[in-house]
Design a protein around this ligand. Sequence first.
Ligand SMILES: Cc1ncc(C[n+]2csc(CCOP(=O)(O)OP(=O)(O)O)c2C)c(N)n1
Ligand SMILES: [Mg+2]
Length: 343
Amino acid sequence: MKHELKGLSNPEKYHDPISIKNQDIGILKYMLSTMLLIRKTEQQLALERKSGIIGGPVHLGAGQEAIAVGISQNLKKTDRVFGAHRSHSHLLALNPDFYRLFAEVLGKETGFSKGMGGSMHLYDQANGFYGSVPIVAGTVSLAVGAAMAAKLQKTDDIGVAYIGDGAVEEGVVHESFNLAKIQKAPMLFIIENNLFASHMHISLRQPSDMISRFAIANDIPYKLVDGNDVVAVAKAAKELIDDIRAGKGSGLIELVTYRWYGHVDWRDDVDVGVDRSLDDIENWKARDPILRLSKSMIKAKMWTTEEEKNLNNKIDKEIQIAWEMAMNDPYPSPDATLKYVYS
Ligand SMILES: Cc1ncc(C[n+]2csc(CCOP(=O)(O)OP(=O)(O)O)c2C)c(N)n1
Ligand SMILES: [Mg+2]
């Protein structure tokens, strides 16, 4: 395999604090607290999945929070965002209502999809989240359709699709790149390159580790960024999105990152022969997007360890309250079963 990502995929690099020069302190604090909230929400899901209280699978994205949080800084509620099987962060970055996510994974009628969907069928159109599905790459062409509709409707809204490095192995993704380019669709393709698809490392699946090569092939403007640097993600996304909204056609952003948990649920997958080691995981944990931002802010005297402690305690408490509430919520009534089925 060609290593075109160079240092970006090396777990021993990019551990330093990030550059926050000229950044708005309010936005930095918002991004820090949103990443922390997403992390803690997923840690709660891991715990309760392990305990057996959550009945269905949860695909956790801990370690990857900077991507959705950085991108969503540049999105509007009327944009049309689509996710896939690992989409808690994609939705929570648009609407940090972890209570409704808890209710959804518990199958309660107060959940994002009225308890009918679970972790992989999330929906919150009021906040721009048009849906996630477990079918890998299943939403990418829908996002391009939504982008084309936004253009026909003469809005400056955009379509957004989160795509994994494994999802690009589905043909529909390449048809979508081509169509979006030819139609000048206002579309942002986000590649979350975490180097794995289920249990397989990218070197076992592709001739190069750099997914942006498909943007080059389709003559789509692209940016390749450290996915664990929330400020870099937000800045690169802004540049692409400004052009997309201005009618210049589609863009692609590739973010290199890593997930701390294994493919699904709370395990780390090292035990089942996956091509990663506990050392890799520890090294990637040192590239933690939350830690890097908080260290940078403390160094710049924008933030203190005391404030961080208080924020941690506050989110922990809110999560416990939301979890209890969701646990006590009712299940949908049996006659609701067919209510949302079209025929
Ligand atoms: C069409 C289809 N094929 C296979 C699967 C099984 N599957 C679920 S997730 C996954 C890997 C996806 O990898 P990637 O797109 O990189 O996302 P990540 O899990 O790394 O976030 C596979 C093969 C599926 N859900 N849908
Ligand atoms: Mg992947």
